[in-house]
Design a protein around this ligand. Structure first.
Ligand code: AVJ
Length: 328
């Protein structure tokens, strides 16, 4: 059987190596390691397992909302669409969207070349009517659409409340970048976790099976196995809490005792309770997210919530420059 043609584009941007970023993060105060490093193969599997624990309501709630609103979205965006998935996955969510929207083109964008290749190949096999493009790129950096994928109305899809990993000003810049990518007549469909009862938030990041703890601690195993760090993951424990004034869940790896970690010939000292900040997961009210979107030149067109108001899915369209600059 012949493989269907996939148009693969490679941006050739070399991201700073993991080692450099980790060395810098451990030197800075507070110590930090970026959440993108959670997702090696084991980390990705652990994240999938998190999505199935009863306390982690995000994934299944968003899926329920998407099932409910997919036909509305198809109507809003109309025919001749290019569906752009930011952070490509062979996930159930993109399949649901492809089946409901029946877009002409699909463009998957992901930082990991191998993961991207695998997931778009599967989509190309399962949806023979679809023109499939893939671009290896860091969509956190400025990014131009590859040739051939720039036709039609563009619908960018950014599910999972991954936008919560950004600082609010980074989220605004990210939305501005998306706006440039989808203008003049495109839209963005984005999943955003809502502010809610702190107990519900706390439980979602402290599941009783301890999967989130394993996911967080896996970072230290990566430092040991991939970067050759001298570190005992058992010397650290998982900590996650809701920071109310900042409106975010914070995840940390907290040192259980006084200890040294060695990496690349350098020594990093930890006192008991010293932490490495590994993730922020910002939560937004509908109004807060609308304000953020407008500040980025995007117009809130529709928002769908589940019955318990746990999670939101926003459909945002481009505000024309002329309108943005209009003086009253
Ligand atoms: C994938 C960033 C949306 O913030 O809820 C899950 C990652 N961290 N449990 C989130 C995560 C701990 C997740 N995001």
């Amino acid at each position: 059987m012949t493989q269907r043609q996939i148009r693969f584009h490679d941006e050739h941007v070399e991201p700073a190596t993991m080692l450099e970023e980790v060395l810098q993060g451990l030197t800075s105060r507070p110590r930090r390691i970026a959440p993108k490093f959670f997702y090696d193969e084991r980390g990705s599997r652990l994240f999938d397992a998190i999505c199935d624990v009863p306390e982690y309501y995000l994934t299944r709630t968003e899926m329920g909302i998407l099932e409910f609103c997919a036909d509305d979205i198809a109507r809003l965006i109309g025919p001749d669409t290019t569906l752009i998935e930011l952070g490509s996955g062979a996930s159930k969510k993109i399949r649901l969207m492809l089946e409901a929207l029946r877009p002409k083109r699909y463009l998957g964008i992901d930082i990991s070349r191998e993961f991207l290749r695998q997931s778009v190949e599967r989509l190309a096999q399962d949806y023979p009517w679809l023109e499939v493009h893939a671009a290896r790129a860091d969509f956190m950096q400025d990014f131009t659409l590859p040739q051939g994928a720039e036709h039609g109305k563009k619908l960018a899809f950014f599910p999972g409340s991954t936008i919560g990993n950004f600082e609010p000003y980074e989220a605004r810049m990210f939305l501005q970048r998306i706006r440039r990518m989808i203008k003049p007549d495109g839209a963005l469909l984005v999943g955003v976790d809502l502010k809610k009862d702190h107990k519900v938030l706390h439980a979602a990041y402290n599941d009783s099976a301890g999967i989130t703890a394993q996911f967080n601690l896996n970072l230290l195993q990566r430092l040991r196995d991939e970067l050759g760090a001298e570190i005992n993951p058992q010397g650290f424990k998982h900590r996650a809490f809701y920071n109310d004034p900042r409106g975010r869940i914070e995840m940390h790896l907290v040192s259980c005792r006084a200890q040294d970690v060695r990496l690349h010939g350098q020594r990093f000292h930890f006192e008991p309770d010293d932490s490495i900040h590994t993730e922020n997961s910002y939560k937004y009210s509908v109004d807060e997210f609308h304000a953020l979107a407008r500040a980025a030149g995007l117009r809130p067109r529709q928002v769908w919530l589940d019955a318990e108001r746990l999670f939101s899915v926003h459909y945002l369209s481009v505000i024309e420059r002329a309108r943005l600059q209009k003086v009253p």
